[in-house]
Design a binder for this molecule. Structure first.
Ligand SMILES: C=C1C[C@]23C[C@@]1(O)CC[C@H]2[C@@]12CC[C@H](O)[C@@](C)(C(=O)O1)[C@H]2[C@@H]3C(=O)O
Ligand SMILES: O=C(O)CCC(=O)C(=O)O
Ligand SMILES: [Fe+2]
Length: 326
């Protein structure tokens, strides 16, 4: 099997304007559903505003993240392997980023919080992370149910039940991109480095929020990059590989990356809603028709995760699970 890896390209086209749809969740329900389905089909990305998540929960999470990344390296390293700096995954990918990658279940959060709060037991890291994780998980479920309804799937909980499952393998990732302005020998400056390289997210749905510093770019086609304007009061949602499979290719899991900023620190907080390891990933029958036969063969999330972790960040792993249509 030959994997489609990203080819090195000589020229990239970066669009100037942000064309990512914005969905107002306080809008008329039918309209909201239509917009979410359209955005998931066309871009695999959209922003939501008026999402109902309390500002205080978000601010406290952001504060906890920034104060963790401000600690001395020796202390941050005590949180390894949850903490990483410059390395992404296990196969040699690197980026201008440091991160904290936490399993989103309550006991894992409690466990890691003990290490992180070692010098400051009053920082309440555990409480801040759990409150944020619970809130974004609820938002993810709400959106997944609207998506199922919009696709005409009779069991509207078919996607959300996977991430509500007690054994869900969801993760929370905090990415910190320090400023990267460098002055070269000839006094010219170089900036905007790749913080987190081009990839698609493997899970069901990602809920991303960043501070007010740009960096996220999406690539709906090879070589074209669309910057996503930061909006700390919104969440940016994207379809993951598993949701592309479970919608039989109706929704698209789109490649994206994060660039650093020359002068300002950027921090993003991403919740990746995932199924339990033993869940069977297959599209509901209504999305598989003679006109649109199944594009993928059934597999478990454990199979998919194993493939993900055996590959590089930019590899397109979803291809490995295509059905052989003759
Ligand atoms: C290089 C890798 C890091 C990653 C696992 C992988 O082998 C390929 C996918 C990467 C990714 C991208 C989205 C998420 O940030 C992430 C947590 C995930 O599930 O897949 C990361 C993985 C990681 O950093 O561990
Ligand atoms: O930092 C960002 O905006 C994107 C990060 C990302 O794509 C990821 O963590 O998977
Ligand atoms: Fe991502």
């Amino acid at each position: 099997m030959v994997l489609a890896s990203p080819k090195p390209i000589r020229s990239e086209r970066i669009l100037q304007s942000d064309v990512i749809p914005i969905v107002d969740l306080k809008g008329e329900r039918c309209e909201v559903i239509k917009q979410i389905v359209k955005a998931s089909e066309e871009y695999g990305f959209f922003k939501v505003i008026n999402h109902g998540i309390n500002d205080e929960i978000i601010d406290k999470m952001e504060e906890a993240g920034f104060s963790f990344f401000a600690k001395p390296m020796s202390q941050k390293k005590q949180a390894s392997p949850a903490y990483g700096c410059n390395n992404i995954g296990f196969n040699g990918d690197i980026g201008e980023v440091e991160y904290l990658l936490l399993n989103a279940n309550t006991s894992s959060i409690a466990q890691i919080s003990k290490t992180i709060s070692i010098d400051d037991p009053h920082s309440n890291f555990r409480y801040k992370v759990s409150s944020y994780t619970e809130a974004v998980k609820e938002l993810a479920c709400e959106i997944l149910e609207l998506m199922a309804e919009g696709l005409g799937v009779p069991d509207t909980k078919v996607f959300s039940s996977l991430i509500r499952d007690i054994d869900s393998d969801s993760v929370l990732r905090l990415n910190h991109y320090p400023p990267t302005l460098t002055v070269k020998d000839n006094n010219s400056t170089s900036n905007n480095k790749v913080g987190f390289g081009e990839h698609s997210d493997p899970q069901i749905l990602t809920i991303l929020r960043s501070n007010d510093v740009p960096g996220l770019q999406i690539s709906p086609q090879h070589g074209l990059w669309i910057p996503v304007n930061p909006d700390p009061s919104a969440f940016c949602l994207n379809v993951g590989d598993v949701l592309e499979v479970m919608t039989n290719g109706r929704f698209v899991s789109v490649r994206h990356r994060a660039m650093t900023n020359s002068y300002k620190s950027r921090m993003s907080m991403a919740y990746f809603g995932a199924p339990p390891l033993n869940a069977c990933i297959v599209a509901p029958p209504i999305l598989v028709t003679p006109h649109r036969p199944s594009l993928f063969r059934p597999f478990s999330w454990a199979d998919y995760k194993k493939a993900t972790y055996s590959l590089r960040l930019g590899d397109t792993r979803i291809q490995l699970f295509r059905a052989n249509i003759s």
